[in-house]
Design a protein around this ligand. Structure first.
Ligand SMILES: *Cc1c(COP(=O)(O)O)cnc(C)c1O
Length: 356
């Protein structure tokens, strides 16, 4: 990749905050590294990017993103392997998706080269925030939002593209309880479900809160029109295992986020000779399989958790118990393989680990 020509201005922080980090009790997403990346769009183009000390940024009260929601984001992770190398998992894929989200939200695209190089440079500068402690990584959050100082509904003429990073431990500590949602929806055909647009997450909080009151962690979203087809779980893609086959909702509707973890896992298990079906998945078939004991596994997949195995599926008044975690041979194997791959313990045959 010809990234060497891209340069950013760099202003280093005078004092690192790293000694204040309590690594044993690290809350997810609340601790941030020493620097951030900032690039502004104005006069019809992206200006020179800068890495600066992590600090609050000034905000105009009429900043359009907070009024009309032109705001998108990404999420990916950097790992430190036993050899001391820092790698980032498939940042080129996040760069592509960020461009797609931007297009859907009428925002200016960030070139893949600049997106990846900005992340690389930021992680390189804050390299000591990436620890090789088991299960830990540096969560990377690129995002873009509209900054016009204007209370009127139109696509903004100015934007900020920023990247912050946060050291994190394991995301979910226990298998998740999920509930099949038949009233609220995450995304409708023709909407913005495929984009990683900030508003999608604000809209999901109320339904998620209702299911949490009922003792679940997350929802299993169904299609907006009939509530007949399964789409995603919370902010993860969902996979089921029946008769040894992996089954996952297809991406051809524009309501499902095109997960990089999901795509990677599919490519991986295909090399193991596992059959994968990407198609419409009905609520009915999953409920029937769970009732008659043929649902061998169900797990959410995404960057934050990699794999979150499902303990219980709630369906109307029923609680469908899933098999014991020890029996989930395939998902346990995938998880172990992905962890080992990211930690450089096995050969990276796909070339997914991007070296910083
Ligand atoms: C980010 C996200 C995912 C997972 O995508 P990854 O690229 O695997 O992290 C799945 N669903 C939703 C709604 C998401 O926002």
């Amino acid at each position: 990749m010809s990234t060497s020509i891209i340069s950013f201005s760099i202003q280093k922080s005078l004092e690192s905050k790293i000694n204040q980090v309590d690594w044993e009790n690290l809350p997810f997403g609340k601790v941030f590294s020493d620097h951030l990346f900032l690039m502004e769009y104005s006069d019809g183009q992206w200006q020179e990017g800068a890495i600066i000390p992590f600090a609050p940024i000034p905000m105009h009260p009429a900043m359009s993103a907070i009024h009309y929601g032109q705001s998108i984001f990404e999420g990916l992770k950097a790992y430190k392997n036993k050899a001391g190398e820092i790698t980032i998992f498939r940042p080129d894929m996040n760069a592509k998706r960020f461009k797609e989200s931007a297009e859907r939200m009428c925002m200016p695209p960030v070139s893949e080269e600049i997106f990846v190089e900005a992340i690389r440079k930021l992680v390189e500068l804050d390299a000591n925030w990436v620890t090789d402690k088991e299960g830990y990584s540096l969560y990377i959050r690129p995002y873009m939002f509209a900054t016009d100082e204007y209370v009127g509904i139109k696509a903004s003429d100015t934007y900020k593209f920023m990247i912050i990073t946060s050291p994190v431990g394991a995301y979910y500590s226990e298998p998740v309880r999920i509930k099949i949602e038949e009233h609220y929806t995450r995304a409708a055909t023709g909407g913005v479900g495929r984009a990683k647009a900030a508003g999608n997450y604000g809209a999901s909080l109320y339904p998620a809160k209702q299911c949490q009151i009922q003792g679940f962690h997350q929802l299993l979203w169904t299609d907006a029109k009939e509530h007949k087809y399964i789409e995603e779980s919370g902010t993860m893609n969902i996979m089921f295992q029946i008769g040894g086959k992996l089954i996952t909702p297809s991406e051809d509707s524009d309501t499902i986020l095109r997960g990089i973890t999901k795509r990677s896992l599919i490519d991986l298990v295909l090399t193991w000779g596992i059959e994968v079906e990407e198609r419409k998945v009905t609520v009915e078939e999953i409920v029937l399989a769970a009732r008659n004991g043929t649902l061998e596994d169900a797990f959410g997949v995404g960057t934050a958790a990699t794999i979150a195995q499902v303990a219980v599926i709630g369906y109307r008044d029923e609680l469908l118990e899933m098999p014991a975690i020890e029996t989930r041979t395939l998902s346990n194997k995938i998880k172990a393989h992905m962890d080992a791959l990211k930690m450089g313990e096995i050969e990276d045959t796909f070339g997914w680990n991007f070296k910083v």
